[in-house]
Design a protein around this ligand. Structure first.
Ligand SMILES: [Zn+2]
Length: 119
């Protein structure tokens, strides 16, 4: 799968991804973190036995992105502000998340209003 053309952060809590087929998606970082593909977050299965479960407690900074680091040419590693950095998102995974969580224009309006009210 081809990498996206660009990954931007239009707002601190949003990620915008433009793919080579020109499709554009904006998703909340919160959703990206929720779907962190690493074993600690998703739980691990060995020989069909579930041996650990994802940690779902809220940590300050967990939905804030510090950096996205390219991994080979197949994906990116997300460094979150709570120090979590073991999640590697392949392009396939990122595309899946884009399609699953993409925000409509009215979702974006609502989110930005919620953010304004916080201040
Ligand atoms: Zn994780």
């Amino acid at each position: 799968m081809n990498p996206p053309i660009t990954i931007e952060r239009p707002k601190p809590y949003l990620l915008k991804i433009i793919w080579q087929d020109k499709s554009e998606y904006i998703i909340q970082l919160e959703k990206m973190r929720e779907e962190c593909p690493c074993a600690a977050c998703q739980g691990e299965e060995i020989m069909g036995q579930r041996i650990s479960f994802g940690i779902k407690t809220f940590l300050p900074g967990m939905n804030e992105l510090e950096a996205l680091i390219p991994v080979g040419n197949y994906g990116i590693q997300a460094n979150w502000k709570d120090g979590h950095h073991t999640g590697i998102y392949t392009w396939e995974k990122l595309r899946q998340l884009s399609e699953k969580y993409t925000l409509s224009f009215s979702d974006l309006e609502q989110l930005s209003q919620m953010e304004d009210n916080k201040q």
